[in-house]
Design a protein around this ligand. Structure first.
Ligand code: PLP
Length: 380
């Protein structure tokens, strides 16, 4: 058995999604910008996909723009909002994905934008009183706060953040990559001006995503070129990617209740097994608290041990694919900017397990037993 427990990094493609995409690789190959029938049939399919996404998110198709993924959508929302509207102050957190953090650093260095980082506690809970303090003292602000953290799974209260942004007239972007397709987003309720999606996080294809852009916030495009995406993103569309994204989101919404229950059950099982079989095991951030974290992510904190440096490698040779964080290759905490920001003891080991509808209880048991054996071996 080889077990894949790295679904926050990417998810396997759903066969139903592949079946929807295949005709757009082989038969319907026209360029959607061409005015002849080969082009028009593909254009119609893209617009249908856009309507599907918009309907699921309770917004208008005119506010949905397809991109190459979550990173591009985050970059476009942050860079283009600040540059188009001349925004001089941004608020974010140290726990964001690098798609947001590095974009903020660029704005700071190249555009002289002042970036404030929100306070949080040692489990990654954000201080919303601090947000209000910052918002009330800085007019014309861009706030970028993720819906859920990809490493520790913490769910942020983006409705409350959206309401604060509205109160102080700030623009609000939320990186929703980890919740899109796993939670319902109702854009009439949310109070966000920008949210994003990345198809490969919900069993769609890689290299395609979207940006929801509030029609009341007019921004210039990130990518210059042709008139594609209503002048918001130059470049020939990733047609089969877009078709796959819409299909994957449709399936995710269709089956959400059942999959949420099932995956939360797998995560609960993992928590139980690890607590039973390992001594001194904790969970980083809020990842073991059901209503405060993604049901797909569990970040496990393991005792100080020589094995920690090679933890992910040891799991891999024992047939388990897991991760230490977004761009982290070792099991030691030093590789993760999120765990560092939480001041997690660097001698402890950390591993992120992330689950999908394709995982089984047997795989969970196997992973928990393997981890327990690795630590028992070294402590024996
Ligand atoms: N934001 C978050 C929270 C993510 O987890 C990821 C992917 O790991 C991204 C952004 C980037 O998305 P993509 O891989 O589509 O560029």
């Amino acid at each position: 058995m080889r077990v894949y427990l790295d679904n926050a990094a990417t998810t396997p493609l759903d066969k139903e999604v592949f079946d929807a995409m295949a005709p757009f690789m082989l038969e319907h190959f026209g360029n959607p910008s061409s005015i002849h029938s080969h082009g028009r049939e593909v254009r119609a399919a893209i617009e249908k996909a856009r309507r599907t996404v918009a309907t699921l998110l309770n917004t208008s198709p005119a506010e949905v723009f397809f991109t190459s993924g979550g990173t591009e959508a985050d970059n476009a929302a942050i860079l283009c909002t600040c540059r188009t509207l001349g925004i001089r102050h941004a608020i974010t957190t140290q726990l964001e994905h690098h798609a947001v953090l590095h974009t903020m650093e660029l704005l700071e260095k190249q555009d002289g934008v002042q970036v404030s980082y929100l306070r949080h506690d040692e489990r990654g809970n954000l201080d919303l009183a601090h947000l209000e303090e910052l918002l009330s003292s800085q007019p014309q602000t861009l706030v970028s706060i993720m819906h859920a953290n990809n490493e520790i799974g913490n769910l942020n209260n983006i409705e409350a953040i959206g309401a604060l942004c509205k109160k102080y007239n700030a623009i609000f972007h939320s990186d929703t990559v980890q919740t899109m397709g796993h939670y319902k987003h109702d854009l009439q309720q949310l109070g966000a001006n920008f949210i994003v999606g990345s198809a490969h996080k919900f069993h769609g294809p890689k290299g395609v995503g979207f940006l929801y852009c509030d029609a009341n916030v007019k921004i210039q495009p990130l990518i210059q070129g042709g008139a594609q995406e209503r002048n918001m993103r130059g470049g020939t569309e990733n047609v089969y990617g877009i078709i796959g994204l819409a299909k994957a989101l449709e399936i995710a919404y269709r089956d959400m209740e059942e999959h949420t229950r099932y995956i939360q059950g797998l995560k609960d099982r993992m928590i139980y097994q690890l607590k039973e079989q390992l001594e001194d095991v904790h969970f980083n951030g809020m990842s073991a608290t059901a209503d405060k974290s993604l049901y797909t992510v569990l970040n496990v904190s393991l005792p100080a041990s020589d094995i920690n440096e090679m933890l992910l490698f040891s799991l891999d040779i024992n047939k388990i694919s897991a991760s230490g964080g977004s761009a982290c290759s070792s099991g030691a905490n030093t590789g993760s900017h999120v765990l560092r920001a939480l001041d997690v003891d660097p001698t402890r080991g950390s591993v992120r397990f992330s689950f999908s509808k394709y995982n089984t209880p047997e795989e969970i048991d196997f992973a928990a037993e393997t981890l327990a054996k690795l630590y028992k071996k070294v402590s024996a």
